[in-house]
Design a protein around this ligand. Structure first.
Ligand SMILES: CC(C)(COP(=O)(O)OP(=O)(O)OC[C@H]1O[C@@H](n2cnc3c(N)ncnc32)[C@H](O)[C@@H]1OP(=O)(O)O)[C@@H](O)C(=O)NCCC(=O)NCCS
Length: 229
């Protein structure tokens, strides 16, 4: 198996979404934010929502896929989607504004098409967004901004074989060259904190999202740029 990491193409999106859905099925944040009981969680609706987010990401994020060079079907084995750093003085461009509007419109259409949110607990979603904004305003003190690892996942069954490291290093090596910091929020304490520490991240803060007696812990980690050898 020869692994190649390359920027996502539009044709990869269905396989990317499948990979994310498989790897996140047991994710603590997913379990907290969605009603995952049969008949409540709509996988097709979730697919449509992730697809819209990926279409946005193709244009606006640093978005990579891992593939096996010997696989004729081109199945996506792993994904990482990073938000570009934004310095304190940098403003959103018109294109970025337009793409956000298009994403908002697509998600609105999904809401109508599927007649609901497919099990997403919107109250919990907004609690998470609120806690995330507080955490980031506490932690993001560097005016140069941070590479933000928004999604990283490797298909179950082939985790622990070095694919995740490659999906990280394509961006962390760029961050090192530029002398920039990287940031992520992990929803799994074990084993992910240990995995991310191997990539150079350090735990800096906990984020607690709580609603209706259920809570979800998230772990905010930062990676300092490494000097060139
Ligand atoms: C987290 C994840 C992306 C990491 O990718 P991966 O391909 O499994 O990781 P790698 O094999 O590249 O391992 C990276 C490093 O972590 C170490 N590592 C891997 N699994 C580990 C474990 N269970 N415990 C401790 N360390 C581990 C590896 O030894 C490696 O370090 P090294 O290169 O110094 O030897 C992947 O496991 C995954 O998709 N998990 C499920 C979904 C998920 O949790 N996504 C992130 C949500 S925040």
């Amino acid at each position: 198996m020869g692994i190649v990491i390359r920027p996502i193409e539009a044709a990869d999106i269905p396989s990317v979404v499948e990979c994310i859905q498989l790897a996140f099925a047991d994710d603590p944040y997913h379990q907290w934010a969605f009603d995952t009981r049969p008949g409540k969680f709509n996988k097709e609706r979730n697919f449509a929502s992730l697809k819209a987010k990926c279409e946005w990401g193709v244009q606006n994020a640093l978005f990579y896929v891992a593939k096996d060079t010997d696989d004729r079907d081109g199945k996506v084995l792993g994904v990482s989607m990073w938000m570009k750093p934004r310095s304190a003085t940098e403003k959103q461009t018109w294109n970025e504004w337009l793409d956000e509007y298009i994403l908002w419109f697509k998600q609105g259409w999904n809401l109508v098409r599927f007649q609901g949110r497919g099990g997403l607990n919107t109250k919990r979603y907004w609690i998470w967004k609120h806690e995330q904004a507080i955490a980031q305003s506490d932690i993001w003190t560097d005016p140069e901004g941070y590479y933000f690892c928004n999604i990283v996942t490797v298909r179950p069954g082939i985790q622990g074989k070095g694919i995740g490291r490659q999906l990280f290093e394509i961006v962390t090596s760029k961050a090192d060259e530029e002398g920039r910091k990287c940031y992520l929020e992990s929803s799994k304490e074990t084993p992910n904190i240990a995995i991310y520490e191997k990539m150079g991240f350090k735990l800096v803060r906990n984020m607690v999202c709580e609603e209706g007696g259920d809570k979800c812990d998230l772990f905010c980690m930062i990676r300092e740029p490494r000097p060139k050898p």
